[in-house]
Ligand binder design. Structure first.
Ligand SMILES: NC(=O)c1ccc[n+]([C@@H]2O[C@H](COP(=O)([O-])OP(=O)(O)OC[C@H]3O[C@@H](n4cnc5c(N)ncnc54)[C@H](O)[C@@H]3O)[C@@H](O)[C@H]2O)c1
Length: 253
C-alpha cells in the first residue's frame, strides 16, 4: 500500500515509534528512523524494522536541535510521510512543577514537532511532494489529567500546531493530522503503570473499554493516516483512547 513511499519516524527507538516504523514497513514503506538514542542502544528496534520490511537508515537526531534536524532532513533523498512522535513525560504535581520540567516538555514535545514539521514541510514543498505529516499528540491534549500539566499543555500545543500546519499546507497538497493515543500499555504510560502506583490506581478507573491500548493499535491507526484511504483528511486529531475522553462518572483524584 505504501510502496515507493519514504517515511521518517522520530522517537523510533521507543515503543510507539518503533511499532509505527514496523507497521509502516510492513505496509511497504521505506523507513528512516530518528531518535536521540545512539544506534547501539537502538539495535533491537532497528532489527525489528529490518525484519518487517525496508529500513533505509537510523540516525541519532535530537528533535530540539534545529540545525541537526535540518541537516538530517537535507540528507534524505526523498520524504513522503513524517511521523513526528518523539516525546517525554515526567509527572510532577502542579505546585511542584520545576522550570526545567516545564521547559523540557515544551522543547521536546512541542518545539520538536515544530522543528521536524517545518523542516519536512519545506522539503516537501521544494520537491513538490504532496506528503503526509502525522504528529503524535495525546488524549490529554484536550482533557486535564493530574500531575502532568507541562505534558498536557505541550500536547494541546501539538493539536493546534496540527491544525495550523494543515490550514497553511493544504494549498501544497500536504495533509497534516495527529494521532491522539489514550493510555497505552507501553512506552511512557507503560513506565508510569509500572512505577507510579497512584497512576495505576487512577487508570484502573477511567477507561470505559476497560483496558489500556497497545502500541500495535496506535501504529495501525498511523498506517491508516498515512494511506490513500485518508486522502481527504487534514487537520484532524484521531483519538484512540478506549473512551477515556468521554465523560467520567468515577473521576479520579
Ligand atoms: N505510551 C502512551 O500511553 C502514550 C499515550 C499518548 C501519547 N503518547 C506519545 O507517544 C509518543 C511516543 O512515546 P512512547 O510512549 O512510545 O514513549 P517511549 O519513551 O517508549 O518513546 C519515546 C522516544 O522518544 C525519544 N526521544 C526523547 N527525547 C527525544 C529528543 N529530544 N529527540 C529525539 N528523540 C527523543 C526517546 O529516546 C524514545 O525512544 C510520545 O509523543 C508520547 O507523548 C504515548
Amino acid at each position: 500500500m505504501l510502496s515507493n513511499q519514504v517515511v521518517l519516524v522520530t522517537g523510533a527507538a521507543g515503543d510507539l515509534g518503533n511499532a509505527m516504523a514496523v507497521h509502516l514497513a510492513k505496509a511497504g514503506a521505506s523507513v528512516v528512523m530518528w531518535d536521540i538514542q545512539p544506534e547501539t542502544a537502538a539495535q533491537k528496534r532497528i532489527e525489528a524494522v529490518q525484519a518487517a520490511g525496508k529500513l533505509l537508515h537510523y540516525a541519532q537526531v535530537d528533535v530540539r536541535d534545529r540545525v541537526a534536524v535540518d541537516a538530517a532532513m537535507d540528507a534524505l533523498h526523498q520524504v513522503d510521510i513524517v511521523c513526528s512522535n518523539a516525546g517525554i513525560v515526567e509527572a510532577q504535581p502542579f505546585l511542584e512543577v520545576s522550570q526545567e520540567n516545564w521547559q523540557n516538555h515544551l522543547d521536546i514535545n512541542l518545539t520538536g514537532c515544530f522543528n521536524v514539521g517545518q523542516s519536512a514541510a519545506r522539503k516537501m514543498v521544494a520537491s513538490k511532494t504532496q506528503g503526509r505529516i502525522i504528529l503524535t499528540s495525546s488524549w490529554v491534549g484536550a482533557i486535564p489529567w493530574p500531575e502532568i500539566t507541562p505534558y498536557s499543555v505541550s500536547k494541546a500545543g501539538v493539536n493546534m500546531l496540527t491544525k495550523q500546519m494543515a490550514r497553511e499546507l493544504a494549498t501544497y497538497g500536504i495533509r497534516v493530522n495527529a494521532i491522539a493515543p489514550g493510555i497505552v500499555q507501553a512506552g511512557l504510560a507503560g513506565r508510569q503503570l509500572r512505577e507510579e502506583p497512584q497512576y495505576a490506581a487512577r487508570v484502573a478507573k477511567v477507561i470505559p473499554l476497560g483496558t489500556p491500548g497497545t502500541a500495535s493499535e496506535i501504529a495501525e491507526a498511523v498506517v491508516y493516516l498515512a494511506s490513500p484511504q485518508t486522502a481527504y483528511m487534514t487537520g484532524s486529531i484521531l483519538t484512540l483512547d478506549g473512551g477515556c475522553s468521554l465523560f467520567q462518572f468515577d473521576a479520579p483524584d
